[in-house]
Design a protein around this ligand. Structure first.
Ligand SMILES: Cc1ncc(COP(=O)(O)O)c(C=O)c1O
Length: 355
């Protein structure tokens, strides 16, 4: 059988992952500025002070912030600070900590993840009740932390009241709440792309500790752990070093965050990524075969794509399979995706579906 080839020009940018995007030029410029002279190492520099202050301003509270190398490191540090021996983390079976961190939480924390099934990537209060009977029994691991992801691994978004219900239930049951915020800029865009929007489903909703992601939102490297209840991070600096997440040249992480928060760039970039996913949905939804029956909430689409269209498109402009058995793939937009990229990609989809 001859291989089917798409002849249209491929889009400049990929629809593979928001991690495939580069770094916003203003952030690059901030890194270059931070490179001008010497600075004290391990976070004792002025950029780190400014960035930590910027986090407190963002959350309108005296939060404690620590910077780590990446998102897995942020999740592991956050959980390491709030888990005690014999305690467990409750999460969904889709959660990044359960499926995409190569067992880092289990290995480094020595803790069990209780990963519960979820159709939409969200946990609900009844899920917490379903494991609460384990608490207080000597033969059972003790569920102590609930970890939710915002926006979720399935491209869904918790509303502020849904987060509030999870937090209230967890706290009533004696558990703390960690939020994996690898895509917080996208989630904030759903509720208005402002600091108030961000607060509404984090600090105002009762979240205790946050993994604050910005690499997908347009920075080069480094994520933050924000202790919204600062006392929970009392031993953070020691644990951070012990789990290999203390960067000596911290200023290059921090300078990026100063830039990202200076003028609302963080929020604008999340809005752009979401808007482009919506544009791609609008441009491709008429293809019934894709089964795109619901508009994306954030920056990912999960169409059904049968062969030979799937391979032809992936060879032309690569994207990941999502559920091979269901012939489902993932298309994801990023902070720098343009309407021209969307149109170019959609022309390829049109061609592929005629094959
Ligand atoms: C939900 C979620 N959490 C955390 C991360 C961070 O992972 P990494 O360690 O690759 O930065 C990702 C990255 O894809 C993610 O999607």
């Amino acid at each position: 059988m001859t291989k089917q080839v798409i002849s249209a020009p491929a889009p400049t940018r990929l629809f593979t992952s928001d991690n495939a995007a580069g770094v916003h030029p203003d952030v690059v410029a901030a890194i270059v500025r931070a490179n001008e002279s010497h600075a004290l190492a391990y976070g004792l520099d002025k950029y780190t002070k400014q960035a930590k202050d910027a986090f407190s301003k963002l959350f309108d509270a005296d939060v404690r912030t620590e910077f780590v190398f990446g998102g897995t490191g942020a999740n592991v540090l956050a959980l390491a600070c709030i888990l005690k021996p014999a305690e467990a983390v409750v999460c969904t079976s889709w959660s990044h900590i359960a499926v995409d961190e190569t067992g880092a939480p289990e290995r480094i924390l020595g803790a069990k993840l209780i990963d519960l099934p979820s159709l939409d990537g969200k946990l609900r209060p009844q899920d917490l009740h379903s494991v609460s009977h384990l608490r207080g029994h000597v033969h059972h691991v003790q569920p102590a932390v609930v970890s939710i992801t915002q926006s979720t691994e399935l491209g869904t978004v918790y509303s502020p009241s849904e987060v509030r219900e999870i937090c209230d239930t967890a706290h009533e049951l004696g558990m703390l709440v960690h939020m994996d915020g690898a895509r917080l800029s996208n989630a904030a865009a759903v509720y208005g792309a402002t600091p108030e929007a961000l607060r509404s489903f984090t600090i105002d909703a009762g979240v205790d500790v946050l993994s604050f992601g910005a690499m997908k939102a347009g920075i080069m490297f480094g994520e933050a752990v924000v202790f919204l209840k600062p006392h929970l991070g009392n031993r953070a600096e020691y644990i951070q070093k012990q789990i290999t997440q203390l960067n000596s040249k911290m200023r290059f992480i921090s300078a990026q965050y100063v830039e990202l928060f200076r003028d609302g760039l963080f929020f604008r970039l999340g809005e752009q990524a979401n808007a482009m996913a919506l544009a791609l949905f609008e441009r491709t939804k008429h293809h019934k075969a894709l089964q795109l029956d619901r508009a994306p909430q954030v920056n990912s689409l999960y169409p059904i794509l049968a062969q030979p269209a799937r391979s032809a498109l992936q060879d032309w402009s690569f994207f990941w399979d999502w559920d091979v058995a269901a012939q489902q793939v993932r298309w994801m937009t990023a902070w720098d995706t343009t309407l021209a990229d969307v149109e170019a990609f959609a022309v390829g989809v049109d061609q592929a579906l005629k094959m």
